[in-house]
Design a protein. Structure first.
Length: 187
């Protein structure tokens, strides 16, 4: 497992850095960041697409054709060229990782932090704003990017993860803490 992680990092990081270098040289960091977010979203929504792109059996031209159909005319042509290079080099299994690493570089460049928020239901704009302010206060970041996941087992509230910090404001977490307090008091 560790070897896969190391191999993945050896492949993902240089590609992400190359994409950042290209974005920098063309003054397109923000544009590429938006393109990458869109692509990651599409890839994460479709397990079938990820498997199709990662398959060594599928022809390179077929992969390029499918990506062209999915992205349409929306992506910057340099981003399209980059994606085609990734396909030509047979690195499409790492595409999501490359794009996520690139987005991490963009966040680092813009002093933006990624807040992974888990909640029972979709957050309202007011709740998103409160999470943003809380995370800014925790991290002194200029901006906050929120990635949400739904989990009905939380009962209510939210869990916010920023890097290695976790703020558990869920009802499930509160009940667990109360249970631990009661166990400690009983012993």
């Amino acid at each position: 497992m560790r070897e896969n992680t190391l191999m993945s990092a050896e492949i993902v990081e240089p590609y992400a850095e190359a994409l950042m270098s290209l974005a920098d040289s063309q003054n397109l960091v923000e544009r590429f960041g938006n393109d990458a977010k869109e692509l990651v979203s599409v890839l994460k929504e479709s397990e079938e697409l990820q498997q199709f792109l990662a398959s060594p059996v599928i022809k390179i031209e077929d992969k390029k054709s499918v990506l062209r159909q999915i992205t349409g005319e929306g992506l910057h042509h340099y981003m399209v060229n980059f994606l085609q290079l990734v396909i030509d080099k047979k690195r499409t299994a790492f595409l999501t990782g490359i794009l996520e690493q690139f987005l991490a570089l963009v966040r680092e460049r813009t002093s933006t932090v990624l807040a992974e928020v888990t909640s029972v239901t979709e957050l309202t704009q007011e709740q998103r704003d409160r999470v943003t302010e809380k995370v800014k206060a925790m991290t002194n970041a200029n901006d906050v990017e929120i990635e949400t996941t739904l989990d009905p087992n939380l009962i209510g509230g939210v869990v916010i993860k920023v890097g290695s910090q976790v703020l558990d404001a869920s009802l499930r977490g509160q009940l667990r803490r109360i249970g631990l307090s009661l166990e400690t008091a009983a012993s």
